[in-house]
Design a protein around this ligand. Structure first.
Ligand code: IPE
Ligand code: IPE
Ligand code: MG
Length: 249
């Protein structure tokens, strides 16, 4: 009897670190005649789907932009609603995420956050610190420029204290002073909602990331959208300043 060879299906490689600018909640709500805050609530559902899908597909690092240093300029009711959603997300999802092996990290300025939000962040990080299946980093009160300025201040302080020599400062040293010091740079940055800008997200870290801009509004984002981004990512030729990979030479 003819025996079919059991060739194992190779899992399609996925980017190791995916970063997402979750944009379009307000437009999603407006299109339905709903208040913007309901768009943000649906945005949390999309985040839940995305964390699950990314974990299943083998992504190791998922970094999402939840609140920027510039988002403070929004109406106070909207800012309050975003903070309330952060509280609810952790309250509802933390134990499940811990069980699923997710390690949670929050990057961004903590000083200007309400004390209870700071406590929630510390608890989520401590409860999930031992996990390693997926690192979920939430950029909250995050801005790339202030992250870089903070790194410069800390470097200057170490130079002043005599523990760092100015000539020892390299790009690798600089990395160590960023919030993201213990993770690789993003391979892929996805932005939803059709906007094509970086909006102060991971300015240093995204130096060689691939960018994919999707027209889908964040509350409609799902596994299929993530898969379509990965499909496009696989067609890209990452050169890092080198030469084109060409099979003929
Ligand atoms: C993204 O959706 C969520 C945050 C910035 C917190 P937006 O609220 O920016 O939605 P649009 O861009 O107004 O549609
Ligand atoms: C970026 O989106 C911030 C987050 C997704 C949290 P914005 O909606 O704030 O960015 P702009 O204002 O369109 O550049
Ligand atoms: Mg927006």
């Amino acid at each position: 009897m003819l025996k079919l060879a059991q060739t194992p299906v190779e899992p399609t490689p996925v980017p190791q670190h995916v970063a997402i600018i979750m944009d379009g909640n307000g437009r999603w709500a407006r299109a339905r005649g709903l208040p913007r805050t309901l768009g943000h609530r649906e945005g949390v559902e999309a985040l839940r789907r995305t964390v699950e899908a990314a974990g299943k597909m083998g992504v190791k690092y998922l970094t999402v932009f939840g609140f920027s240093t510039e988002n403070w300029t929004r109406p106070v009711e909207e800012v309050d609603a975003l903070f309330e959603l952060m509280r609810l997300y952790v309250a509802k999802d933390l134990e499940r995420l811990v069980k699923e092996g997710v390690c949670i990290r929050v990057i961004g300025g903590r000083e200007s956050l309400a004390p209870d939000v700071r406590d929630i962040i510390v608890r989520a990080e401590q409860r999930s610190a031992h996990n390693s299946a997926l690192r979920l980093t939430v950029a909250f009160n995050y801005g790339g420029r202030s992250e870089i300025v903070r790194a410069v201040q800390r470097i200057a302080a170490d130079v002043k204290a005599g523990v760092l020599a100015p000539e020892a400062i390299s790009a690798d040293t600089f990395d160590l002073y960023l919030y993201t010091h213990d993770m690789p740079s993003p391979d892929l940055v996805i932005r939803t909602s059709g906007e094509q800008r970086i909006s102060n997200f991971l300015l240093w870290q995204a130096a060689y990331a691939e960018f994919i801009f999707l027209d889908v509004l964040w509350p409609d984002f799902d596994q299929a959208a993530l898969e379509s981004a990965f499909h496009e990512y696989r067609q890209r030729d990452r050169r890092f300043g080198g030469v084109i990979r060409d099979a003929t030479n």
